[in-house]
Design a protein around this ligand. Structure first.
Ligand SMILES: Cc1cc2nc3c(=O)[nH]c(=O)nc-3n(C[C@H](O)[C@H](O)[C@H](O)COP(=O)(O)OP(=O)(O)OC[C@H]3O[C@@H](n4cnc5c(N)ncnc54)[C@H](O)[C@@H]3O)c2cc1C
Length: 421
């Protein structure tokens, strides 16, 4: 088995893995080696039509690592947002909450961007910064325990590295293994880290639509009894729809013939943007809330969906993953600059302390929102509408909400504040 050594090996070249790789290389330079392994590297992402809301803090990170400039022209700023709460058949949907879209003058609270554009830009930047690519999966890993002589001195460097086995048989030794291998993380399982959480019995139907009229940069979230129906503006006369239904109803709806599918869509979307046309495929994502019991193991850290999956009700999943990335990059860089072992338990524990509590709070907040809004109770509807109306009328309540949603509250890592490491 051929072996080569790197400082950090990242399993998974999605948003989280690639962003971490770039941040580390930019901060620590050529002497700090970073490799990413993922069978999907270098493959075309043209088929991926999903889009994400990138909040202000995440956009600042992408600006800081020099990726935003190559996608900014394709990103649609969210200029304002309306929230309604009604039954499916209601002819009129009263607006309960509106948000103006700026977090600071001239800085939109979020942008919508197609995932493939961002992943392509990250891959290009990672290559430019000298990240080593392995187009294969990580199959397994082990941390040999330290071997000491009678005098207590380390005989071998075992214990100070993790040995990673790639699917094609190659072995790589790293000081840290970052698992950015997504919601069904094989590495999390291999490390024996359990997840706790639950399935919602709901699925999101995700489609893109073209409409006759301009959306004016407005995002809409309609809380319908089956769950939220979000209309998120894309560049041009297009929007991305994230449409929550019970899992069974979602399967029924996506299987409908074109005209019947469009009728279901129009019932929820309404016709304020003129006639609608579905573009591309209809996709269904089962929804759940899962958090890893630990974010670290010996010489290993989980980031992104490998560490947590939340309901897309607030469009925060990826943004939370980027917060992990920014925090992990910061603790590694701080340690490496001080000449300390960046994969030591104390460094990884600093990362875990930083991220786990914040993740639980965001996870429970989105879980609570989903439970409050995805039901048919008239009493709950009255309670939440009074609450929304109150937030809407009191500016001092609204501003913290927007800053929280933009990722700018709490102990924000440097990259998310737009500062270099
Ligand atoms: C319907 C829906 C809407 C959403 N909307 C938003 C939104 O608006 N805003 C937002 O912030 N978030 C949103 N999210 C969440 C967001 O999509 C995810 O949080 C994000 O894609 C996770 O990125 P990641 O890099 O952690 O994982 P992934 O994107 O899943 O990447 C994991 C990578 O790991 C690779 N891999 C897997 N196994 C291995 C292995 N063994 N070895 C090596 N590589 C491996 C895979 O090939 C993949 O490339 C949404 C989610 C859903 C379901």
């Amino acid at each position: 088995m051929a072996r080569n050594d790197v400082d950090v090996l990242i399993a998974g070249g999605g948003f989280a893995g690639l962003t971490l790789a770039i941040a580390l290389r930019q901060a620590l330079g050529d002497s700090f080696t970073v490799a990413v392994a993922d069978p999907a590297l270098g493959r075309s992402h043209a088929e991926d039509e999903r889009a994400s809301a990138i909040v202000a803090a995440a956009r600042r990170l992408f600006e800081t690592i020099g990726v935003w400039e190559s996608v900014a022209g394709e990103a649609q700023p969210i200029l304002d947002m309306v929230v309604t709460d009604s039954k499916l058949g209601d002819a009129v949907r009263p607006v309960f909450l509106t948000f103006a879209g700026e977090i600071e003058p001239g800085e939109p609270f979020a942008h919508m961007i197609e995932n493939r554009l961002l992943v392509d830009a990250l891959e290009i930047k990672a290559k430019e910064t000298g990240v080593e690519f392995h187009q294969t999966a990580v199959a397994n890993f082990s941390v040999p325990s330290a071997v000491t002589s009678e005098g207590g001195h380390l005989l071998d460097d075992a214990g100070s590295s993790v040995t990673v086995e790639l699917s094609e048989g190659q072995g790589i030794r790293a000081r840290i293994l970052a698992a950015a291998d997504g919601a069904r993380s094989r590495l999390r399982d291999a490390a024996g880290i359990a997840v706790h959480g639950w399935n919602y019995g709901q699925s999101a139907i995700v489609i893109n639509v073209e409409h006759e009229r301009d959306h004016g940069g407005r995002a809409e979230e309609h809380f319908l009894p089956a769950g939220p129906f979000a209309i998120l503006p894309l560049k041009g006369h297009r929007s991305s729809i994230v449409w929550t239904e019970t899992a069974r109803e979602a399967e029924r709806i996506v299987a409908l013939p074109e005209d019947e599918f469009l009728a279901e869509l129009e019932q929820r979307f309404k016709l304020h943007l003129g006639t609608l046309k579905v573009i591309g495929a209809r996709r269904v994502h089962p929804l759940g809330f899962f958090v890893a019991r630990a974010f670290i193991a010996e010489r290993m850290a989980l980031v992104g969906d490998a560490a947590h999956v939340i309901h897309p009700i607030a469009g925060q999943g990826l943004n939370m993953g980027l917060k992990d990335v920014a925090a992990l990059a910061e603790v590694i860089v701080d340690a490496a600059r001080l000449g300390l072992d960046p994969g030591s338990a104390s460094v990884l524990e600093r990362y875990q302390r930083w991220r786990r509590f914040d993740t639980m709070s965001m996870g429970f907040a989105t879980d609570g929102l989903n439970r409050l809004f995805s039901n048919r109770s008239d009493v709950l509807r009255l309670v939440r509408d009074v609450g929304l109306g109150l937030v809407d009328r009191v500016p001092n309540l609204k501003r913290p909400f927007i800053r929280e949603a933009a990722g700018l509250v709490g102990e924000v890592p440097k990259l998310l504040r737009g500062e270099i490491l």
